[in-house]
Design a protein around this ligand. Structure first.
Ligand SMILES: Nc1ncnc2c1ncn2[C@@H]1O[C@H](COP(=O)(O)OP(=O)(O)OP(=O)(O)O)[C@@H](O)[C@H]1O
Ligand SMILES: [Mg+2]
Length: 458
């Protein structure tokens, strides 16, 4: 006999409680408890649930043979890099992103590329009918006999189809639409998402199939569903981008098989997503020549340097509390740099509003951008522009010193490649590496030095 049970579950941490609570005792979040109705079946659960197990018996570590897992090359170099060198067979990869950002487009393209290489791919679409998927495939120019499209949301049937089609890659678009036949709460609820992911994980690990799952995001940009979804999967990728720009950034935030903080940049075209091979050019394309308040920094995104423009607008404030606004970087960092300028350089910034923006919608969070941010603030405040071919790299300390950063050679090489003629770097970073041809490397010890050299006055 089946028994009905009602419980409340926290959307963010998975905490369970028999009664509703405004605040989750597990994670302290407000209004995250959702009601779930569960029908508890007496007797054994469905056959496929426990038919297989990832776990074998315990063995001594030295007796395990090491074979380098072959990675599947997707032909999209950008995606390969974000994944740490290609798709690892048997891995579970979660892709999250805003509605309409291009998750289905990217995955259909990847499916097609792999199918063209003779890999069998099963694309499970829970959101679109097979005709709609076919229409999109036609627009993207997808033709392959090895690509199977399946519009289904029942996990039991999906399980059977995987056994029948025997694919090497499965795409589940999206996890919020798929439902587990033995969990009675609505699709997209915490327990459904958790159980479905766990089942897909079992399939991936036992049958050595790589599975991509698409996850919707909530208003504040988190992947909808329990937070533990991110712990369960091997890799988490976020697809971001500004609605008003055509390019999209795929960012790795967790990867069990490669480095995180890698990004891949794509441009959304009629024919699908196209890789942007030289992102620095893209970010500097619209840079105004010689305007005050604009500087360029060579920032590291994972293992790759990209050159990005930082813009500042510093204007007299008409409020008691001057405004500080930062887009694409941490606002506290901006306040700190302005305080350093006030104290060390005697600039009267407390009566000024400051708006700082990383052009092109990228987000930068490493300390090596400090010097460029600070120089753009000074440039706007004094209405003096820095050289069009100057770029700035360095962390700024509280006493106004410019501190050492990592991977200086790669940064300066990228700047030289794009025609920059002067790179301001921390003095402590000088020496011990080869300066690229065509660029003058200027070492600076303090922010005062940097100002003197860049503006020709202190
Ligand atoms: N004919 C077209 N030409 C150019 N771009 C198009 C065309 N049709 C769709 N697009 C782009 O594709 C995007 C939709 O992509 P896609 O359906 O892959 O997004 P998604 O992330 O899967 O969305 P959802 O979360 O709704 O499933 C649109 O926002 C639009 O930018
Ligand atoms: Mg979609």
């Amino acid at each position: 006999m089946a028994k009905k049970k009602t419980k409340f579950m926290c959307r963010s941490c998975g905490y369970e409680s028999p009664k509703w609570m405004g605040r989750c005792p597990g994670c302290g979040e407000w209004n995250t408890m959702d009601e779930e109705v569960e029908i508890v079946q007496k007797g054994p659960r469905g056959a496929f649930q426990h038919s297989t197990s990832i776990l074998s018996k315990a063995v001594p570590i030295n007796s395990i043979e090491t074979i380098q897992e072959p990675r599947v090359d997707t032909d999209l170099d950008e995606l390969n890099r974000v994944l740490g060198g290609g798709i690892v067979p048997g891995s579970l990869i979660l892709i999250g992103g805003d509605p309409g950002i291009g998750k289905s487009t990217l995955l259909l393209q990847v499916s097609s590329l792999l199918a063209n290489k003779g890999q069998r791919v099963l694309y499970i679409s829970g959101e679109e009918s097979i005709r709609q998927t076919k229409l999109r495939a036609e627009r993207l120019g997808v033709i392959s006999d090895e690509l199977y499209i399946y519009a289904e949301t029942d996990l039991g049937k999906i399980h059977e189809t995987i056994a029948e089609v025997k694919p090497q890659l499965v795409i589940a678009d999206s996890i919020q639409t798929i439902h587990h036949p033995e969990v009675t709460s609505a699709p997209g609820s915490v327990s459904q998402v958790r159980e479905c992911t766990a089942e897909l994980m079992r399939i991936a690990k036992t049958q050595n199939i790589a599975i991509f799952i698409v996850g919707h995001v909530t208003k504040d940009g988190q992947i909808a569903g329990p937070r533990l979804l991110e712990h369960m999967v091997d890799t988490v990728l976020y697809f971001e981008g500004e609605r008003h720009h055509t390019y999209r950034i795929l960012r790795s935030v967790k990867n069990r098989f490669g480095s995180t903080n890698e990004i891949a940049i794509f441009e959304m075209l009629q024919s699908g997503l196209k890789e942007v091979l030289n992102p620095s050019e893209l970010f500097l394309r619209e840079r105004s020549q010689g305007g005050a308040g604009s500087t360029v920094v060579a920032s590291m995104e994972g293992t790759r340097p990209i050159l990005v423009e930082i813009q500042a607008l510093v204007t007299p404030s008409s409020f008691n509390y001057p405004k500080r606004m930062a887009t694409g970087l941490d606002q506290n960092r901006v306040s700190l740099l302005m305080a350093v300028l006030e104290k060390r350089m005697g600039m009267l910034l407390q009566a000024q509003d400051a708006y700082i923006k990383v052009a092109g919608g990228v987000k930068l969070d490493e300390p090596a951008i400090d010097l460029a941010v600070l120089m753009s603030i000074v440039s706007s405040y004094r209405d003096l522009s820095v050289g069009v071919t100057d770029c700035f790299i360095g962390e700024v300390g509280l006493t106004g010193e410019v501190r050492r950063v990592s991977r200086i050679e790669q940064r300066v090489t990228e700047a030289a490649k794009l025609g920059f003629e002067r790179a301001f770097v921390p003095s402590s970073n000088l020496g011990g590496w080869d300066y690229p041809a065509g660029i003058q490397v200027v070492g600076v010890e303090t922010i005062g030095d940097a100002m003197k050299l860049a503006f020709g006055q202190s």
